[in-house]
Design a protein around this ligand. Sequence first.
Ligand code: AHG
Ligand code: MN
Ligand code: MN
Length: 332
Amino acid sequence: MPMVADQSSSTSNLFSLQSHILSEESRHPGASGDFSWIVSAISLAGKAIAHRVRRARLEGALGEEGTSNVQGESQQRMDVIANEILMRCLGSRASIAVLASEEDEEPTILRRGHDGGKYCVLFDPLDGSSTLDTNGAIGTIFTILRNDPLIESAERTVCQPGRQQVAAGYILYGPSTAFVITTGSGVDLFELDPFVGSFIRVKQGLRIPPRKKVYSVNEAYSSSFPLGYREYLEWAHHSGYSSRYIGSLVADVHRILISGGVFLYPPTLTHPDGKLRLLYEANPMAMIVEQAGGASISGAVATLDVQPTKLHQRVPLVLGSRDEVDEVSRRL
Ligand code: AHG
Ligand code: MN
Ligand code: MN
């Protein structure tokens, strides 16, 4: 029985993110290579952001920028730096029509009309950035959509249901720098080898365990959660669950991707539609979780089926192990 080598063992073939994407591309005859270019630009941005994040305190780049973004949230200096790095890495890719960021009110139109790019790229340049001052794990979240040259408005072009995402992923700046991506046929994990300067593939086809008695929610707001969420927490408190909450979506989702559990960001008094943004936080994470065998809901519907109407719209989010999400959804 041939052994299936663990990708992280020293004897398996070495695949960088670049060679992985090119080998994926070779499976699609007629592929133009445009998509690979975009992923390589995101990989370059991730390495550059990782470098700046790890030097932020040394370079005096922590703390607030003194401005607020369209969300009315005060921007961290590193939010602005990460946003600029992504714009500079992606702006040169001819295959991109529109870029949109959590940090910018309007989408950035690079090329539209019939000579426009084939794709739109949306991102949260630095997620969980308020935990950076305390050396917490933070990340970059991205999603790739097809461009529709017939739609005039850039915002309407990117307001596509999550099921239409071509690819989704995140980069986690933790003790290691991890790159997670799905293009619709499973979820793959890469780790940055700082000596080689490449993201090295360490796991393919990640699967989330169907059950795990760990929930992840900011319980400080629980008195304002709708009744169903409070009933779920009351049940969990008496069913042997433990709680883990980092307050950085990328870090909380990565824990669930690797070891299972359920993440909840319900509607609250201050965020009656939920806090997390549909297009560049909830949808990419929902695609990753579903591709790994988990589930993601926003209220009564699957997150990926929500029809967006605004670039920065927010949704409630419950995602993770399939059976754990069911325990929540049956009470909503
Ligand atoms: P961002 O830093 O991009 O604004 O995202 C922060 C989000 C998300 O990372 C996390 O799950 C959530 O805010 C935590 O919110 P609370 O601090 O309200 O728990
Ligand atoms: Mn975020
Ligand atoms: Mn952010």
